[in-house]
Design a binder for this molecule. Structure first.
Ligand SMILES: [Zn+2]
Length: 242
């Protein structure tokens, strides 16, 4: 097989909507693109939220490989700040290349490894709880006690515990030492499970190898370690889907 064909197959497997074209995309009420398959369960969840007084909005849906690559390279080149767990700017000059990659991957996925490539994953918040003029930031403090979205997430916790969240779950519910916990990140399990099992170390290697990406050699040299720490996740839980 030609090298370019291998890369094409790899990109198909992990880049979701990028390869599907517009026929399979849909736009949510908040203007974010998602895969058409998740629109009905998302509308059900939105309606159930509304009955509780929450205005469920999607802050971020589908994100292309190219967009993630721009974000990644901006962080590599110091054009965008890299933050730590306390929301402070990391002094990248004091770190070697692998340490810089690890610092970036705490909060930004490697292009090709973002679950937002799939169209099955969304970042959600309760617009009704935003004070006038404020905007959502997707920080842990927003969903913690005292934060504007605390009640919204308490309600979601109950649905998730019952396996009654329209097929959605939180892939980043825990701090596994890789990606920081993201309570706002919801994934539609029936779709995401397929992508997750297709995104192997080999596929990601091919995608990175063919990209114009900062720190490429160090990423490829350390990809088994980075994959295990930041990309590999348990399969979606079994849940009730009506
Ligand atoms: Zn997300």
């Amino acid at each position: 097989m030609e090298h370019s064909n291998i890369v094409g197959v790899a990109a198909d497997k992990c880049c979701g909507l990028t390869e599907w074209g517009a026929a399979n995309t849909a736009v949510t009420l908040s203007g974010q693109t998602v895969c058409a398959q998740i629109l009905a369960p998302l509308q059900s969840l939105t309606q159930r939220a509304a009955q509780q007084g929450f205005e469920l909005c999607v802050a971020s849906g589908f994100r292309s490989f190219e967009r993630q690559l721009v974000i990644w390279n901006a962080k590599v080149e110091g054009l965008r700040p890299v933050l730590d767990d306390q929301n402070r700017v990391v002094n990248m000059a004091s770190l070697n290349e692998l340490q810089r990659i690890v610092a970036i991957m705490r909060f930004s996925a490697l292009p090709g490894a973002s679950r937002h490539h799939w169209g099955s994953d969304i970042d959600i918040y309760d617009r009704a709880a935003l004070t006038k003029g404020a905007s959502v930031q997707l920080l842990p403090s927003e969903s913690a006690v005292g934060g504007p979205f605390y009640n919204f997430h308490q309600w979601l916790d109950v649905l998730l515990q019952r396996g009654d969240c329209e097929g959605f779950y939180r892939p980043y519910n825990l701090d596994r030492g890789g990606v920081a916990p993201e309570p706002w990140h919801f994934s539609y399990a029936p779709m995401a499970a397929n992508y997750q099992s297709s995104l192997t170390l080999q596929v990601l290697f091919e995608v990175i190898d063919s990209a114009d990406i900062g720190f490429k050699a160090t990423i490829l040299d350390n990809l088994p370690y980075l994959f295990q720490r930041f990309v590999a996740l348990p399969p979606p839980p079994l849940m009730r889907i009506e």
